[in-house]
Write a protein that binds this ligand. Structure first.
Ligand code: SAM
Length: 244
């Protein structure tokens, strides 16, 4: 690891993002997270160092090529992740977005990062050696019983498994790990679910499935122009309404 970096930004050029603790913005709405491991780049992202009240702070640029960053750029009101949050992240891949969530939740928070493919799983394990608030779980998210001993209840589930049965996967993991009234943020890639239907129809069908699982869902938010054919849905888990 290690990568490009730009030093000496002005502290006034990077400011907290309204309503999203742990997320920062620079000029032209560029997003940043505060680097938990100063001097370290995870995937070659740009870094900016500023001195604030005599303390050196490094920010990592967070581009909308990450779906969560795209959701923020598209105006999602809340991501339900902030310093101290416990997050279950399904579909962690090599940890690109996980690393920003790790910055957001900080040393008091935890990111349980589930990924079943061995190769990205190895990168995730390497990442967790430096970022000790990441718990890598190299398992299949369809079978939460296999990793239930590793996870305590979480505040939020973020899902990006890009699978046709993603709503079932999230519903099952919510049943195991999401606290009542906890939140979820789900990235939906329309053509992973149905290549023949219009994206809006796919998103609406996914929302219907989620509602059947006790997940109260707000309107899907399109991630265009950053991610074509993608949307995120954000909602709250109220299991007493579940009809399995
Ligand atoms: N969220 C990642 C990021 O922003 O860096 C990208 C995730 S990629 C779209 C989807 C990932 O989900 C892949 O790495 C894939 O291996 C993983 N995945 C798919 N189905 C899964 C399952 N049932 N259990 C665990 N991981 C799964």
């Amino acid at each position: 690891m290690g990568g490009r970096g730009r030093k000496g930004g002005s502290s006034k050029s990077i400011l907290p993002r309204d309503n999203l603790p742990g997320v920062f913005k620079g000029t032209e709405e560029t997003l940043f997270t505060k680097n938990m491991i100063i001097g370290d780049s995870v995937y070659g992202e740009k870094r900016t160092t500023v001195i604030e009240d005599g303390e050196k702070i490094e920010y990592r640029q967070w581009d909308p090529s990450c779906k969560l960053a795209a959701a923020i750029r598209c105006g999602v009101g809340q991501i339900y992740m902030s310093p101290g949050s416990k997050v279950l992240y399904l579909g962690a891949a090599s940890g690109t977005t996980v690393s920003h969530v790790s910055d957001i939740v900080g040393p008091e928070g935890l990111v349980y990062a589930v990924e079943f493919a061995p190769r990205p799983g190895r990168d995730l394990i390497d990442l967790s050696r430096k970022r000790t608030n990441i718990i890598p779980i190299i398992e299949d998210a369809r079978y939460p019983r296999k990793y239930c001993m590793l996870i305590k209840m979480v505040d939020t589930i973020f899902a990006d498994v890009a699978q046709p049965n993603q709503a079932d996967i999230v519903g099952l993991n919510a049943q195991f790990f999401l606290k009542d009234e906890g939140h979820f943020v789900i990235s939906i890639k329309a053509n992973c679910i149905d290549r023949t239907a219009k994206p809006e129809v796919v998103f609406a069908n996914e929302v219907t499935k989620m509602k059947e699982k006790g997940m109260e869902v707000r309107e899907p938010l399109s991630l265009e122009p950053y991610q074509l054919g993608h949307a995120v849905v954000v909602g709250i888990y109220r299991p007493e309404t579940v009809q399995w």
